[in-house]
Design a protein around this ligand. Sequence first.
Ligand code: ARG
Length: 459
Amino acid sequence: NRGVMWKGRFSKPTADLVQRYGESVSYDWRLFRQDIAGSIAHARAQLKAGLLNREEFDAIESGLKDILKDIEEGNFTWSRELEDVHMNIESELTRRIGAPGAKLHTARSRNDQVATDTRLYCRTEIDEILEKVRRLQRALVMKAREYADAMMPGYTHLQRAQPVTMGHHLLAYVEMLNRDADRLKDCRRRLNVSPLGSGAIAGSTICLDRHEIAVELGFDAVTENSMDAIADRDYIMETLFDLAVIGAHLSRLSEDVILWCTAEFGFATLSDAHTTGSSLMPQKKNPDVAELTRGKTGRLYGNLTAVMVAVKGLPLTYNRDLQEDKEPLFDSIDTIKLALDVNAEMIAAMTVNTERALEAASDPMLLATDLADYLVRRGVPFRQAHELVGKAVAMSISTGTPLHQLSDDQFASISDAYGTDARSVFELTKAFSQRTNPGAPNSENTRRRIAYWENVLSK
Ligand code: ARG
């Protein structure tokens, strides 16, 4: 039971099962950088407050830096008996430098320590995730430029709806990812506040300069309520929510890709490098990456739910339940980082079968709405126009005549609102060029938005 930090009050060692049950070092070891940075900042504040002399501070700082180096090089043995990353590092420091190490925990608790470490950790990870979001956006924009004018059907209810382009379709995801990035930046701004100095719950009678510690650690401010600072985990929920939404978006992209790669759609082909074969069926080429992304999104939702539920019934302030925040957080961060990377690679190497997509987009039914708009321009109220086109569609189906091949007489038999130029609406390129409003899938809009994103994402 070496190094246990509360030995004064206890006469029996912690039961082995309890140690196994309660230890977190097997996963929270990854907070070591943040923990060490936090400890150095805390020690510097102690030096300024006269609680440490220069020699003691130097011993603590260089001792912690040596430990950091050893951990990074894999030369550090984590001990389950010491529960968590915080106690492992502190006790190793004291083992190495002796007396000054035992002063480090003055005016600090693991409660404000863990909150500090986790906020710093989220901040670093959010920055990395933001870079990965941009990488995926770049891949999507690159593909959008390649297939800016590749016409394909757009779907609602997974039924062919109206023609769009692959460029427009892919740019939809770039917009979603941009809001995802904004959400993360907003979350980062909110969580970048220092809890250090809140102690276990009620601060400390030994007052270190909280602002100076915050500045050293790159925090924008200090928390204003010690109980809030210790108890709150909303920054974790918020991070997990933001990652879950990215997952939702990636999952929908995955589903699109999966459909496009079927023989039934045949709009896209993935690189061999991003697909897998079947152990039995020699012909198979499966979009496993997309399926895994879709599947892993369930974990992202589950992790968010786990933390929300763990927090909801807890009285203020710290309860050990809160230790359960870390595995979901780490899992979501690991999952989303890999998902963003592999999806960027997969999209960058995807080819679009433009002929097949165009053939599907050339289904005249996709322009039935354009035909209704044509009638509207000839003075027919839209609701009536809708019905008149519906009748033309029904006639097309019952006579087996493609919609754009109904004769003048057939159109005239439905309504004299149809002119002899009615069939001209079925020109696909014209159908696109008439959609001039912002946000619509015409070539000019698409190219303007691609240029916009290329510029934004190159910075
Ligand atoms: N490993 C703990 C956690 O993650 C650190 C805080 C422990 N505090 C305590 N009072 N037991 O929550």
